[in-house]
Design a protein around this ligand. Structure first.
Ligand code: PHE
Length: 502
């Protein structure tokens, strides 16, 4: 007969003559008691074993009981002192006897009540008389305590009850399960039992040979810690960029595209940024060496932009009165913001002249020669956008932001006036970080100035913004250091575990 290995082991360890305790069996086989019990029941079902339960009572001495087992019961000590004091002949003052027996505290009451109960004597008006024929050597309770202290058992139920009610012993019960071989079990053992093969998976071979019926499957440990799969997935920043695009398209925007490396003309000059502006020096710029300049710039536009820089626009316009060179305008650099795309689109350069109303956006990288820290990187994603329409106000700008950020569950927005050479008025946008509760800057915005729009040939109003995608993600997920999501120091656990609900 073939049986699972554990059943074979239990069968072989069991005896037909006397029950074998399952816990002992488990210890002997180095298996868990549950495993052995399971095997025992399976064998019982097969008629090879019988499983029996019995309740075992365990009696142990309490601390007080253990003390009396060595020092003697208080009532016995009282009786012995009473005999010594001659209380068998005539009453003796109780205090005297208690003193002689060295009894005090709670032991006094215990001694006195049990003294009378057991017929060791009586107390009358403070006088103690002892029963001459009483024999403390016969005290059942004292004897029982001694036996228990010596590790013997205590079967007499009434005595157990009495000692338990005096709180001298503790009685506990537990069920012991035992197995005994049946006749059929003995017969099978004699005929020989073999362990079936233990496998952890079923193979085609098992199916073909019919062996599948006999094999034992290794148990699954459903509590074992499973390996966490970390498959490749879209970076959370890219996921967010995708969502931003969906939201903006949903709000009626079209996407802009354009070069990462661009002429300073598109990056700065078209935005009425003076050529001696600090942000345009080589410190903030990633300039290109080869090629150094763009091949072509639209001639008319170039002239109009130059004029705006030198003279300003309108009747009483003022220019910057600072140097302006075409060569510098033609120089190439990694774009420091994606507003270069807005300049290209607004000028008509990218998709031709645009009539209001228009809405455009991009979610693209911008590059700055910043010092790396928790909120600054050399490159980041900018959510660029602009709306061209007649009569735009700051309210339109704020409303657009509220609408956009609410799509990400962000409603606590604050606006702070600021300065940009190309917008008037200008606003910085702040949001509240969910972990630190601090206001963090999440974008910059404004209404483009005539000095910028006139040379570009735009007559309507244009409101525009550049928002940081990383900051938006910070508000959504609560991470605190931008380097956790970008670059060589990324927090892989964060990136693997982060879930965004878009
Ligand atoms: N270019 C600005 C920046 O990089 C953002 C901006 C875009 C501000 C358009 C106003 C208008 O921060």
């Amino acid at each position: 007969m073939k049986l699972p290995p554990i059943q074979v082991a239990v069968l072989e360890a069991a005896s037909a003559d006397e029950p074998t305790d399952i816990d002992d069996l488990a210890a002997q086989l180095e298996e868990k008691p549950e495993t052995v019990t399971g095997a025992a029941f399976a064998l019982e079902e097969a008629g090879l074993l019988s499983v029996t339960d019995r309740t075992e009572t365990q009696v142990s001495l309490t601390e007080e009981g253990a003390t009396y087992a060595t020092d003697g019961l208080p009532e016995v000590r009282l009786y012995e002192a009473a005999i010594e004091a001659g209380a068998a002949d005539e009453p003796v003052p109780m205090g005297e006897v208690l003193g002689a027996a060295a009894l005090d505290g709670p032991a006094v009451d215990i001694a006195l009540s049990n003294f009378a109960r057991k017929g060791y004597g009586s107390i009358d008006s403070g006088q103690l008389s002892a029963t001459p024929e009483a024999d403390p050597a016969d005290d059942e309770e004292a004897q029982a305590l001694k036996r228990l202290a010596a590790g013997e058992s205590l079967a007499e139920e009434s005595l157990r009850d009495r000692l338990a009610s005096r709180n001298l012993i503790e009685v506990t019960e537990r069920t012991r399960r035992a197995v005994t071989l049946t006749e059929a079990g003995v017969t099978e053992l004699m005929a020989g039992v073999e362990a079936t093969e233990r496998v952890d998976r079923l193979t085609p071979a098992h199916l073909q040979s019919g062996e599948w019926e006999a094999v034992t499957f290794a148990e699954y440990n459903v509590e074992a810690a499973a390996e966490t799969p970390t498959p490749g997935k879209r970076h959370v920043l890219r996921q967010t960029a995708k969502r931003v695009k969906e939201v903006l398209v949903g709000m009626g925007f079209q996407e802009m595209a354009g070069p990462h490396v661009d002429a300073d003309f598109w990056i700065n000059d078209c935005l009425f940024m003076p050529q001696d502006h600090p942000a345009r020096t080589h410190w903030d710029r990633f300039a290109l060496e080869n090629p150094r300049r763009i091949d072509e710039l639209p001639e008319d536009l170039l002239e109009r932009v130059e004029r705006a820089h030198r003279e300003g626009v309108g009747e009483d316009g003022e220019g910057y009165h600072s140097p302006w060179s075409r060569d510098f305008a033609a120089e190439l650099a990694l774009r420091g913001h994606t507003t270069s795309l807005s300049a290209r689109y607004l000028s008509g350069e990218q998709v031709g002249e645009l009539e209001p109303p228009q809405r455009y956006f991009s979610v693209e990288k911008a590059y700055r020669n910043d010092t790396l820290d928790a909120t600054h990187l050399l490159e980041f994603f900018q959510i660029e956008g602009w709306v061209m329409a007649e009569d735009l106000t700051v309210r339109d700008l704020m409303g657009t932001f509220r609408e956009f950020y609410s799509q990400f569950g962000i409603t606590d927005l604050q606006f702070k006036p600021t300065y940009n050479p190309y917008t008037e008025p200008s606003f910085e946008l702040f949001g509240r970080h969910p972990e630190t509760d601090e206001l963090i800057e999440i974008g910059n915005s404004g209404i483009f100035r005539p000095e910028m729009l006139e040379p570009l040939g735009v007559e309507a109003d244009v409101m525009a913004w550049g928002l940081a995608l990383e900051r938006l993600l910070m508000l959504i997920t609560g991470f605190e250091d931008i380097r956790d999501v970008h670059g060589t120091l990324v927090d892989l656990d964060f990136l693997r575990g982060v879930e965004v609900e878009y």
